[in-house]
Design a protein around this ligand. Structure first.
Ligand SMILES: [Zn+2]
Ligand SMILES: [Zn+2]
Length: 153
């Protein structure tokens, strides 16, 4: 498997160590490995996605799960549930406040999840949302370009 020959970038490891320390948690090998996977990912990863990558490197499932939660509790990563009862994890953008999350696009065909840029509510939709409750997640559903291409064939 290509994973075994994966190149470890010492600079990236140092950056992650620094991030962990500045958020007040110890930089253990498991946390560094989890952070490396999430930082390299282009979309949010499930616990299963992360274990698939890290079990071959010698980390067990329970360790990966515990560390995903530790990193989320330390506000280094976000834990998101998009209606399918599966937790997904992604690194938080250090330039954005922790409470300010971006919307996600979920493909109704393949279940693929993609991060979107922040969206701006009009003042009336903000008022209406506020009257309803507190928004924790913004979800957009549709067909991803890959699935759209298969459908139209
Ligand atoms: Zn799709
Ligand atoms: Zn995202």
């Amino acid at each position: 498997m290509a994973e075994k020959t994966r190149r470890i970038d010492p600079e990236e490891v140092e950056t992650i160590r620094e991030l962990l320390r500045s958020n007040g948690i110890r930089a253990t090998p498991a946390r560094i490995a989890v952070m490396q996977e999430l930082r390299a990912a282009k979309s949010p990863l499930t616990h299963a996605d992360v274990t698939e990558k890290l079990v071959p490197l010698g980390f067990d499932k329970a360790t990966v799960f515990r560390n995903l939660n530790d990193l989320a509790d330390a506000d280094l990563i976000a834990r998101t549930e998009l209606g399918d009862h599966v937790w997904r994890f992604e690194v938080l953008d250090p330039d954005r406040p922790a409470g300010e999350k971006h919307p996600h696009f979920v493909c109704v065909e393949c279940g693929g999840v993609t991060c979107l840029d922040e969206m701006v509510f009009t003042s009336s939709s903000k008022r209406r949302a506020k009257a309803i409750g507190r928004i924790t997640e913004i979800l957009i559903k549709g067909h991803c370009t890959g699935c759209e291409a298969t459908i139209s064939k």
